[in-house]
Write a protein of this length. Structure first.
Length: 756
């Protein structure tokens, strides 16, 4: 770790004279031995040097800089509170500041992969500890007493023998003149003395501003003289503009200019799709001007994409032998000798992230410098793509990260920031705010992949599985960034396929070819969604075939407690973590399943038409189980009465936020399973707003959600939280529907499949 004094002016203006700034970080990862928790980035991101900054003003106000994007997960509370705890700061005197995009100072700022806390908990502790120790040294020097006689506590330093006390603010100047402690000399607090970490009492940093409408999101950014812009984009991925009639558009009051944006050939990566932009004095004029355009499109190679026909194609592929990615034992022999054989195909359609705040960015170019404000999950990628598109150096681009009104992976792709930059350039550098409407978001986004999962199993005479075949067929995310690989990557298969903890002697995993016809992008929990739905549903089907209790059967398939090295599962990625530290622990997977079942009262007598369903899954190095109680009415309506979720993510840094993330995952998972689908005809998305791409309304939400947090000590490495709650939800729901009605759901969304 390196500790450095940083120029206030270089870091951020306006902190006040005499502010003391400290930066702490770990060395750039060159091997597993240099890092505790790993730092591998997802495709399109970078393995970076995480930096954490603190500024202390003479009045004692502490500014803590958050270098991750806030999109509702509470990272602007959880990460700064770790620093505050270690330095003994009073949270009431802490101000959280958002760090601008700058990899050279802040390291990896891409907020994805459920990595913020598990990668930066230790660096933030170190940062806070270094600040505390420097303040203690400054106080000891001022009092001319041994360092052993002083201790930081409650936003000040206390001289224990005399009871004298100095506030942090009064020590800022003296502390700033001291050299930082050597890395080996850092002394971290004993976890038993934590004031904030692990406590349920932390208020959400932005809670009041969000709830009163005072906070500013990307779509709220404003500058004097700002113009507004929307874009008419090719309706089919890979299409291009051939001609546009603009006369009617230019007659719309408020319209200033029509600009053609060149498209990006497939694969488009993070770059614009192209099209025609309308720039106007206000948002309404921009939208009405776009409505008046008469564009002509050449639809390109994906013009024939039809999601109904494509599903049939995927199912045909899934029914044929595929490329073997892992083989254990002799599946064919075991299957041939099985007393009973089951086969099932599971289907999940394309899904859209649909954050409540659609993409938006404001860009201003002046004197060769670029300044941008945007709701981005990947600030560095946005800054770099913007610099390249405008032909300037990265150092000449300042990107301010606003709050995000949701993200779910969509805002990891900063194509909209590049669009805004190109339009500002077209207006001579004037500030232009480019915003996507809901229709833009659903028609032109980066969709979660469509998938068919083919499973076969052979059971012995006692109903135990002796053979298992899983063939996964889905377009790969990698097709968005390079030549279409036509198969899921090892990283994608490591999300719930090859790394499944199954106590079955004979298993074979295969993939089939599947071409990408849309922009496939990251989605909350990514490929775990289809994989967990299929596997956990199929285990439920096996339990029913064996006439066994579903929970007991799931535990039997998981098997006895054991540690599994992900590399032994052909999972080299392991969510970017060192398998020596993050092995797959079946005892933890069993425990979350047992805990969720106990919370739901598994085995109790249920009212007529009610059923309980269970599912458990390991993802993002965390273990989550869900038990859902549903009622299926005589009319086929599904009512979700209760969701019990159990989570083991290791140490719980901010328990309130963990519960909130699990509650949100339950709601989102149920919404997607019951209603979510983006379908295509003629290459064009058929859903364009919340009337056709529906989300669960309040009256259909679960009557109760209970989250059970399994305790974890600090000897256990941290797991992810934002994404792991999603995967088990759909299967727990459909397994509950079967228990309530005897009807199997193998294709999502459920919608009206049960209605009579």
């Amino acid at each position: 770790m390196s500790l450095t004094n940083v120029s206030r002016r270089h870091l951020l203006a306006g902190l006040g004279a005499g502010s003391f700034v400290l930066a702490a970080g770990l060395p750039i990862a060159r091997g597993a031995e240099e890092i505790k928790y790993g730092a591998a980035g997802m495709p399109g991101g970078a393995v970076a040097n995480p930096l954490i900054f603190i500024a202390l003003a003479p009045d004692g106000e502490v500014s803590i800089f958050c270098h991750r994007s806030e999109m509702g997960q509470g990272v602007r509370t959880s990460l700064p509170m770790v620093v505050a705890d270690e330095m003994e700061a009073d949270w009431r005197r802490v101000r959280v500041r958002q760090a601008p995009a700058d990899e050279s100072r802040f390291g990896n700022q891409n907020t994805d992969g459920s990595r913020s806390m598990r990668h930066f908990f230790e660096p933030m502790r170190q940062c806070g500890a270094a600040m505390r120790m420097m303040l203690e040294s400054a106080a000891a020097a001022q009092w001319k007493v041994p360092l052993t006689e002083v201790a930081a506590a409650d936003h000040g330093v206390l001289h224990r023998p005399s009871g004298r006390r100095l506030d942090f603010g009064g020590l800022a100047r003296a502390a700033s003149a001291l050299p930082p402690p050597a890395p080996a000399a850092l002394v971290l607090k004993n976890p038993r003395t934590f004031r904030y970490i692990g406590k349920d009492t932390m208020p959400l940093t932005d809670g009041l501003a969000i709830s009163t409408g005072a906070t500013r999101y990307g779509i709220d950014a404003t500058l004097p003289g700002m113009h507004f812009a929307v874009i008419a984009r090719p309706p089919v991925y890979g299409g291009k503009l051939t001609h546009v009639e603009t006369a009617a558009c230019l007659k719309v009051p408020g319209v200033l200019k029509v600009v053609t944006i060149p498209g990006t050939p497939v694969p488009s990566e993070f770059l614009p799709l192209g099209g025609v932009a309308v720039i106007a004095r206000n948002s309404w004029a921009a939208i009405k001007g776009r409505d008046a355009l008469v564009p002509t499109w050449e639809h390109g190679p994906n013009a024939g994409y039809d999601s109904i026909a494509y599903r049939a194609e995927l199912e045909r592929t899934a029914g044929q032998s595929g490329e073997i990615v892992r083989n254990l034992g002799d599946v064919d022999k075991a299957m041939a000798g099985a007393a009973q054989r089951l086969v099932a195909d599971y289907y999940i359609p394309h899904l859209a992230q649909a954050p409540m705040e659609p993409p938006a960015a404001l860009v201003h170019i002046k004197d060769g410098k670029v300044e941008a404000w945007a709701c981005v999950q990947a600030p560095q990628a946005a800054r770099e793509r913007l610099a390249t598109a405008l032909g300037v150096a990265v150092k000449d681009v300042t990107l301010h990260v606003t709050l995000l009104g949701g993200g779910f992976g969509r805002k990891s792709k900063p194509d909209y920031v590049v669009e805004a930059g190109l339009l500002s350039k077209a207006m001579g550098g004037a500030p232009v705010k480019l915003f996507w409407t809901r229709e833009d978001d659903l028609r032109h986004g980066y969709y979660h992949t469509v998938s068919v999962e083919h499973l076969e199993a052979g059971l012995d005479g006692q109903g135990r599985p002796v053979a298992w075949l899983h063939r996964s067929v889905a377009p790969s995310i990698n097709a968005t960034f390079g030549p279409d690989p036509m198969r899921e990557s090892p990283d994608e298969l490591g999300m719930g396929v090859t790394n499944q903890a199954l106590d079955i002697a004979n298993i074979r995993w295969e993939t089939g070819e599947a071409a990408a016809h849309v922009r496939v992008g990251w989605f909350r929990s990514v490929s775990n969604i289809p994989h967990a739905f299929a596997i956990q549903s199929f285990i439920g089907e096996l339990a029913a075939a064996a006439k066994r209790d579903a929970k007991d059967y799931l535990l039997e398939v998981i098997g006895p407690p054991r540690l599994i090295n992900p590399k032994d599962q052909n999972d080299e990625a392991n969510y970017g973590e060192d398998p020596a530290i993050y092995s797959i622990d079946t005892a933890r997977l069993r425990r979350v399943a047992e805990t969720a079942a106990k919370g739901a009262g598994w085995g109790r007598t249920l009212p007529k038409g009610h059923g309980l369903g269970i599912a458990a899954h390991y993802s993002f190095v965390t273990y989550v189980a869900a038990v859902i109680e549903v009622e299926v009415t005589e009319r086929g309506e599904v009512i979700v009465h209760k969701v019990d979720m159990a989570v083991d993510c290791g140490p719980q840094i901010n328990p309130e936020r963990i519960r909130s993330q699990m509650e949100g995952a339950a709601l989102m998972g149920i919404s997607l399973a019951t209603l979510g689908e983006i379908s295509f005809k003629g290459g064009q998305a058929q859903q364009d707003n919340f009337d056709t791409y529906q989300v669960t309304r309040m009256d259909a939400a679960p009557r109760a959600i209970e989250v059970h947090l399994l305790p974890g000590d600090f000897a256990t490495p941290l797991g992810g939280v934002g994404e792991p709650g999603m995967p088990p939800v759909a299967a727990a729901l459909t397994n509950a529907i079967f228990a309530a009605s005897g009807k199997r759901i193998r294709a999502l969304p459920i919608k009206d499949q049960l209605r009579v």
